[in-house]
Design a protein around this ligand. Structure first.
Ligand SMILES: *[C@@H]1O[C@H](CO)[C@@H](O)[C@H](O)[C@H]1NC(C)=O
Ligand SMILES: *[C@@H]1O[C@H](CO)[C@@H](O)[C@H](O)[C@H]1NC(C)=O
Ligand SMILES: *[C@@H]1O[C@H](CO)[C@@H](O)[C@H](O)[C@H]1NC(C)=O
Ligand SMILES: *[C@@H]1O[C@H](CO)[C@@H](O)[C@H](O)[C@H]1NC(C)=O
Ligand SMILES: *[C@@H]1O[C@H](CO)[C@@H](O)[C@H](O)[C@H]1NC(C)=O
Ligand SMILES: *[C@@H]1O[C@H](CO)[C@@H](O)[C@H](O)[C@H]1NC(C)=O
Ligand SMILES: *[C@@H]1O[C@H](CO)[C@@H](O)[C@H](O)[C@H]1NC(C)=O
Ligand SMILES: *[C@@H]1O[C@H](CO)[C@@H](O)[C@H](O)[C@H]1NC(C)=O
Ligand SMILES: *[C@@H]1O[C@H](CO)[C@@H](O)[C@H](O)[C@H]1NC(C)=O
Length: 377
């Protein structure tokens, strides 16, 4: 005992009086632990780390077997409704199953409780109560059965975030207390700017900048297993920048021809498009717009408006269409019908030489030229 005393760090030295006072105060919260410490039979748990499917043996230690004829084991506190099993030692050999028996518990002659095929739900307090003349002592232990973790599900799997905004990732995994969650960005532990909630299951980044872009994963760990989630990609939103139409400035087209426009924008997420003629919304949301220029008032200002819903920014590009009865030349093309006929003949000759593959090329080329030719008319 003296040796034991000398072993303790200085902080542990205290008078019996103080210790008793502290014990009294704490006893209401830690009843079972106290009972185990003061009057308790200590219970050895083998193996120490338990995973689902394993078996465990809970062995009461230091029992004076001569005085003990029978015992009871409980799942939880010593209460009738928690009784797993009541066991009698030889010569009165026998056992009675209680309401908390699951079919997996047996007691050995040394009064140890043996549980097979452990489940996470078996975690908790087990109480032991020996019975015999003058025996009042009891014991209890708390076991944790850890599950074999499956991969957590991290969502959203992709997030596009406006600069300086915040974003939350949710790591969906077992909620059991023995399961820890840690976070990684591009395979390195996440440290900066991350705030964790809900026992680390929720990672929130605030004031997101370029530095927070990357692939995130969460990892669930318990004493018997670990599992990593799917990646979640966080990107910074930008744009729309560099909004362009494939016709610019003023174009002169023949009355009766068809106007076809393509709008492009650099944007993340992809821009949403709207088209206006003069100031009228044309209710078209594609990146292309086409219309037949059948009336003089179809000439005017055609505008593509690109919108980034995350950045909440608009940008636009316009082309001014002038109509004429004259044959006109679309900008950038500059080919006369004669030249086009030449190209078509050239292509046909080339295609004939290429053979099997040629049919596809011919079709594509022919269509392209045909469209140009229509505008020429
Ligand atoms: C048993 O131990 C676990 C882990 O230490 C703890 O979280 C839990 O509250 C304990 N259970 C009881 C009933 O004391
Ligand atoms: C984000 O915050 C930084 C620092 O406060 C500021 O310089 C920057 O302009 C902000 N960016 C946006 C898009 O608001
Ligand atoms: C989390 O995972 C569990 C089990 O896979 C599932 O039942 C639950 O719906 C998930 N919760 C969310 C919010 O995805
Ligand atoms: C959970 O993580 C904390 C901090 O990293 C660590 O101290 C603790 O032992 C871990 N618990 C388990 C069950 O892995
Ligand atoms: C994560 O925590 C943040 C901050 O408390 C909260 O706004 C967000 O709704 C949480 N996300 C989820 C999915 O619970
Ligand atoms: C513009 O793009 C549209 C749609 O792709 C296309 O039909 C049209 O020929 C293009 N115009 C020019 C001048 O390239
Ligand atoms: C677009 O839709 C609005 C509302 O439905 C309608 O008032 C307007 O006339 C439409 N514009 C065109 C060009 O069809
Ligand atoms: C569009 O604007 C042009 C030029 O301002 C004008 O000539 C044309 O008549 C307008 N068209 C319509 C339908 O408003
Ligand atoms: C065309 O319309 C857009 C949007 O209304 C405007 O910004 C632009 O100045 C106009 N261009 C011409 C040539 O009228």
């Amino acid at each position: 005992m003296g040796r034991h005393e000398a072993w303790r760090p200085p902080g542990w030295r205290c008078s019996w009086h103080t210790a008793f006072l502290a014990a009294s105060v704490l006893s209401s919260c830690f009843l079972l632990t106290r009972a185990q410490e003061t009057t308790g039979i200590s219970i050895r748990v083998v193996p120490e780390v338990l995973k689902e499917g394993d078996s465990v043996t809970l062995t009461p230690e230091g029992l004076d077997l001569k005085n003990i004829a029978s015992c009871k084991w409980y799942r939880g506190a010593v209460e009738e409704r928690n009784m797993i099993i009541s066991f009698f030692r030889p010569p009165f050999s026998g056992e009675t199953k209680g309401p908390a028996h699951t079919g997996r518990e047996t007691v050995k002659p040394d009064f140890s409780l043996y549980i097979t095929d452990l489940k996470p739900a078996d975690s908790g307090i087990y109480s032991f109560k020996p019975e015999g003349p003058g025996v009042t002592i009891t014991g209890a232990t708390n076991i944790t059965v850890s599950e074999t973790l499956s991969n957590p599900v991290l969502w959203p799997a992709e997030a596009i975030v406006a600069e300086n905004a915040s974003v939350s990732l949710q790591c969906n995994t077992s909620n059991r207390l023995d399961v820890n969650v840690t976070w990684f960005k591009d395979s390195n532990p996440v440290l900066d700017k991350a705030v964790l909630f809900n026992r680390n299951r929720n990672l929130t980044l605030t004031a997101v900048s370029k530095d927070e872009e990357g692939m995130y994963t969460c990892k669930a760990t318990n004493p018997v297993s670990k599992a990593t989630s799917n990646p979640s990609k966080i990107s910074l939103a930008y744009g729309p920048n560099n909004v362009k139409l494939n016709q610019t400035g003023t174009v002169t087209l023949k009355l009766g021809s068809r106007l076809a426009l393509l709008c492009t924008a650099e944007s993340l997420p992809e821009a949403q498009f709207r088209w206006f003629f003069n100031h009228t919304n044309m209710n078209v949301t594609a990146n292309t717009f086409s219309t037949d220029l059948t009336a003089w008032e179809d000439g005017g200002n055609y505008t593509c408006q690109a919108y980034n819903s995350v950045v909440k920014k608009l940008a636009s590009a316009s082309v001014n269409v002038k109509l004429t009865t004259q044959e006109s030349t679309p900008p950038g093309s500059g080919l006369t019908p004669g030249q086009i006929v030449g190209i078509v003949i050239g292509c046909v000759l080339g295609v004939a030489l290429i053979g099997g593959l040629g049919y596809f090329l011919f079709t594509k080329t022919a269509l392209g030229v045909k469209r140009t030719y229509n505008i020429q008319h």
